[in-house]
Design a protein around this ligand. Sequence first.
Ligand code: PBG
Length: 337
Amino acid sequence: MTNSVDPDYPFIRMRRNRQTPWIRRMVQEHRLTVDDLIWPLFVIEGQNKYQDISSMPGVRRWSIDLLVGEVAKAAELGIPAIALFPNTPDERRDDEASEAFNPDNLVCRAVRAIKKEVPDIGVICDVALDPYTSHGHDGLLRGDKIANDETVEALVRQSLNQVEAGCDILAPSDMMDHRIGAIRQALEENDYPDTLIMSYAAKYASAFYGPFRDAVGSSGTLKGDKRTYQMNPANSNEAVREVELDIEEGADLIMVKPGMPYLDIVRRIREEFEMPTFAYQVSGEYAMMMAAAREGWLDRESIMMESLLGFKRAGCDGILTYFAPDAARILKNSPPA
Ligand code: PBG
């Protein structure tokens, strides 16, 4: 047989390696495991209480007593870590984010309850002021400007508050300059040398955070946008600089956010730095997939697993995803809860 386009044909036939399940398994390059999953959870005040979030079907806000049960399920499924986000009652939000420094705030109480009942799962706390500010920004406003250095001082206080409650990993998501260095220094000075920092190092000013802001109750309050601190979605070189700085300042783990529209950034960062690299499949990505699945336009399980595998292929060491427990159940072959 002659073939003018591919002189090696038929000696090379790519489909030989795809013809049966066993050969496909043998040549599979990337795999998703339960060790790759981090589950973000929303916390509310109250007892024996949960609330559905309409823009995130299947995701709930939990009171601490119920939250602990959810975390126990995650631990049983083998999920290594969870990430906590509080929905602070409106009357506890103010211009200075004072509630962030309250040792008995929702997140601190949740961390203590989890550490007591489910000690062997990693607990990640977000560092940013937006769940506590009346204006919904991650930083402190002075006039109409976010004051970087004053905000960093506040973030350091918030960090120490959460670490004292027992949090294992601080995850600054605020994008202020030099916050990683300041937090790392404060941890050393206050005798917390083992606390990990997972930096939201390249976090973009994204429209995909919409449902999250509903979930934590900041969408109604946010004045303006976050473009003076979160990155311009048009930029890629800048992400490399952001990550480099956070590594120099003492971050242990690096994150890119959002996920699916930014997998090129994950790949670049993974290749540039030899650092554990994570990505956040954010609320809007989840909402988008769930909406299509609900319409019957896409198959929920298949797109969930394919999207998570995509993160692995891009070079992620782990993924923050609202699908974490469902994906873990599929990976373990256990029935849905
Ligand atoms: C707040 C924070 C946000 C998310 C995580 N931490 C929202 C924002 O920056 O406005 C988004 C997570 C998601 O959309 O799932 N600092």
